[in-house]
Design a protein around this ligand. Structure first.
Ligand code: IPM
Ligand code: MN
Length: 374
């Protein structure tokens, strides 16, 4: 298996967690005899500092030539005063649009080993296993018109506008992905909208209901986004695939980090475009960058998604996920998932966590190969 992966580590903790993720991919390649190459590129604040642009042409050209793009995180407080189109985040939005992936898959799983890391009671999060399918190229993030009129005739008339816009075709294509994935899971799609207020949500709801007719084995339910925010915290195990527009998915997927115990655990994959884009859900966390406190498991689980969705190496993807389980079960914790002074827990750094997963993975792949040899 040959795979060319653009590695855009970005800002803050991006480089340190991405390093651990690429180590894991290298290990899978070595153990399985695959040929993975890694093409580094600049994005975000570091790209602004070095080239003046949050997404240099060289980065985009290289990314479009690759089979997958693995991204760390973008964002740095020193750019906070810049307008949205000049900020590090603009680089991320531009690359999302250029690669064309419209379905952002964000699994949120309650790991038994982390039951105590969540502020929710263990019996609430037990067995939760949600897959968010977040529409990634529409809605308020990209809708026109958008502007901020800073110089109105009368000062207090200063105003800003963003537009939540969807075409039916945009809803159909992401809904299909949600139904197909639900068909391979527990057979339920919960579609999230605000159809009691917004026309765009009424179109969303009607369209999703229409698409549902092609998937008789999948149950569809609709939820309003406000009550959904509550239901996710109340009975997370009730949800299987959760389909959302762009901003609702941004918000709810962070909320669902609470189920897993930390935002630092959440991976994501964006599919459906020319090149798949993989990024952990957490941000650049500049406050802990370089301190060894960052949790690399979100990035490592993102690497597993690369194996699953871009390399068709399902067994290896599972092996990486199981290695993560094993390390968590053995009590190793980065700062974000360490709760108080729990007995049986060992605090570890970003690097140590990466190494432990690597070891567990190598052992399991060795065992698999030994079994095949007999
Ligand atoms: C995410 C992030 C991004 C988003 C930001 C950094 C632009 O919050 O991936 O969830 O809002 O999509
Ligand atoms: Mn977000």
């Amino acid at each position: 298996m040959r795979l060319k992966i653009a590695v855009l580590a970005g800002d803050g903790i991006g480089p340190e967690v991405t390093q651990q993720a690429t180590n894991i991919l290298r290990a899978v390649a070595e153990l399985g005899g695959h040929d993975f190459t890694f093409v580094p590129g600049l994005i975000g604040g570091i790209a602004i500092t070095e080239t003046g642009s949050p997404l240099p042409t060289a980065t985009l050209d290289a990314a479009l030539e690759c089979d997958a793009v693995l991204l760390g995180a973008v964002g740095d407080n020193k750019f906070n005063a810049l307008p949205p189109d000049k900020r590090p985040e603009a680089g991320l939005l531009q690359i999302r649009q250029a690669l064309g992936g419209f379905a952002n898959l964000r699994p949120s799983i309650a790991y038994a080993a982390l039951a105590e890391s969540s502020p929710l009671r263990p019996e609430v999060i037990k067995d939760a296993d949600i897959l968010f399918v977040r529409e990634l190229l529409g809605g308020l993030y990209f809708g026109a018109p958008r502007w901020w009129n800073k110089e109105p005739a009368v000062g207090e008339q200063e105003e800003a506008i963003n537009t939540m816009r969807y075409t039916k075709a945009e809803v159909v294509r992401v809904a299909r992905i949600a139904f197909e994935l639900a068909g391979k899971r527990r057979g339920k799609v919960t579609s999230v909208d605000k159809a009691n207020v917004l026309e765009v949500s009424q179109l969303w709801r009607a369209t999703v209901s229409e698409v549902a007719k092609d998937y008789p084995n999948v149950t569809l339910e609709h939820q309003l986004v406000d009550s959904m925010a509550m239901h996710i915290m109340n009975i997370p195990r009730n949800f299987d695939v959760v389909l959302t527009e762009n901003l609702f998915g941004d918000i709810l997927s962070d909320e669902a980090g609470v189920i897993t115990g930390s935002l630092g655990m959440l991976p994501s994959a964006t599919i459906g475009g020319a090149v798949n884009l993989y990024e952990p859900v957490h941000g650049s966390a500049p406050d802990i960058a370089g301190t060894g406190k960052a949790n690399p498991l979100g990035a490592i689980l993102t690497a597993a998604m690369v194996l699953r969705h871009s390399a068709n190496l399902e067994q290896d993807a599972k092996a990486v996920e199981q290695a993560v389980h094993k390390v968590l079960n053995a009590g190793y914790r980065t700062a974000d998932i360490a709760r108080g002074q729990q007995p049986g827990q060992t605090p570890v750094s970003t690097q140590e966590m990466g190494k432990l997963v690597h070891q567990a993975l190598a052992e399991s792949i060795d065992r698999r190969q030994a079994m095949h040899a007999v």
